[in-house]
Ligand binder design. Structure first.
Ligand code: HEM
Length: 404
């Protein structure tokens, strides 16, 4: 299906890049009364009456900051069906209290302890497995693997459960395309996590589930249901986004070999490369909000009860904020992007995502040299970044030599 006004159309299958369409909309109608999402699969009761899309940075930023007008409560009716009432759907005091309880485990300082003990060993081991092969698909061998392995250790899950945990995570994430598998996985994960929580109520552990069980605010502890809802949210929130963003960064560096060489020679450039990668190829391009009252934005009036799509992918290429905004350039002056959203729901796992990606890239560059992209691997399906809402490379075929 295609959408839009000639000559710029949007391929809603995600096979072609949505960025020309986003640019066109930013320039012509940045607060658009319409939607580019295919809602035909949604049950009638979930279809919004009135839909809008914000394409410009200022509009998206304003929406995230004003969480009273742009609420995320509708998540209860969508992902809430498989995850329960999560922090994402909460607002006000409930969100504040809940987030305070879980935030401690995800602070940058709290994560430092995991870098040498968990994150680096997982990345090193995965790269050592392919180091002498001379070629690999980095999506299969690395980006798809490392976030799951890391989160399962951080949560404190037994290593023998990794395969089952991975299968259930994938099934849960597949809910939009396979609802039965998604609901079954949600049930199984409920039982599995409940068991993990009960074990920790009997005996404290030094891991994220242990931290959640012990967390207290004003003498109140998190209930089992709240912990399980949070753990189930971590799977799509933490695994899918990180595997996609790290794949996007590798793709961008491999297709800009001069910048890859710069990063290889000066590793202090890695944080800038990560931020520029998140800006240029935002892994999650859009999230939804619902208006609680009439609101003026960009000179237009959005009524109450409207669904508003916040197009972060487009906002991150807003030319009024980033000159030559379609260009990937790790040397450009740093300017905050909005890939992690903003306001009260700003990504809780952003420090972990950045740290994991930094360690993964360092580990790869330490272990292999002459890293080169082979976009055409002879299969007839070239390697490229695909997707509309979730974007990442379909594959990353590369050649390399082992470092001495
Ligand atoms: C590059 C990787 C990541 C990206 C691009 C990303 C993006 C986002 C975005 C856009 C939101 C806001 C969603 C909304 O408001 O509708 C969000 C929220 C959240 N993210 Fe991430 N995320 C990433 C990695 C992670 C990781 C590694 C974790 C944890 C393991 C995580 C946990 C969460 C949680 C718990 C929330 C909900 C926060 C709240 O509602 O207060 N994310 N993320």
């Amino acid at each position: 299906m295609t959408l839009g006004t000639d000559p710029v159309v949007l391929d809603t299958t995600g096979e072609s890049s949505p960025y020309p369409y986003f640019e066109y909309m930013r320039r012509t109608d940045p607060v658009w009364h319409g939607t580019y999402m295919d809602q035909s699969q949604l049950p009638e009761e979930l279809r919004p009456n009135d839909e809008w899309v914000l394409f410009g940075y200022d509009g998206v930023f304003q929406g995230f900051r004003d969480d009273k007008t742009f609420t995320s409560a509708a998540y209860d009716k969508t992902i809430g069906l498989v995850m329960g009432h999560t922090i994402l759907a909460m607002g006000g005091k409930e969100h504040h209290d809940h987030r305070s309880l879980v935030a401690k485990a995800f602070r940058a300082t709290a994560l430092e302890r995991w870098e040498p003990s968990v994150i680096a060993p997982v990345c090193n081991e995965l790269i050592d497995e392919i180091k002498y092969q001379g070629h690999a698909d980095l999506v299969k061998a690395l980006t798809f693997e490392f976030p799951t392995r890391i989160i399962s250790v951080l949560l404190g899950l037994p290593p023998e459960d990794l395969d089952m945990f991975r299968r259930l995570s994938l099934d849960l994430i597949s809910i939009p395309t396979d609802i039965v598998a998604g609901l079954n996985a949600a049930n199984e994960l409920h039982g599995y996590f409940l068991n993990q929580v009960e074990q920790r109520r009997r005996k404290a552990t030094d891991d994220i589930i242990g931290d959640l069980v012990a967390a207290e605010i004003d003498g109140e502890k998190l209930t089992d249901e709240a912990i399980i809802a949070f753990l189930r949210l971590l799977l799509p929130a933490g695994l899918e986004t990180t595997y996609r963003s790290s794949g996007n960064l590798l793709y961008l560096l491999l297709t800009h070999p001069d910048q890859l060489a710069m990063v290889d020679q000066d590793r202090s450039l890695i944080p800038s490369a990560i931020e520029e990668g998140l800006r240029v190829e935002t892994p999650l391009t859009m999230v939804m909000r619902t208006t609680t009252k009439e609101v003026e934005i960009g000179g237009k009036t959005i009524p109450a009860e409207a669904q508003v799509d916040m197009c972060m992918g487009s906002a991150n290429r807003d030319e009024s904020r980033w000159p030559d905004s379609n260009k990937f350039d790790i040397r450009r002056p740093r300017q905050a992007h909005i890939a992690f959203a903003g306001g009260i729901h700003m990504c809780l796992g952003m420090h972990l995502a950045r740290l994991e990606t930094q360690v993964m890239l360092n580990s790869l560059l330490d272990r292999v040299t002459d890293l080169a992209f082979v976009p055409d691997d002879g299969s007839g399906d070239d390697a490229r970044i695909v997707g509309l809402t979730f974007r990442s490379p379909n594959k990353l075929p590369v050649t390399f030599t082992p470092a001495a």
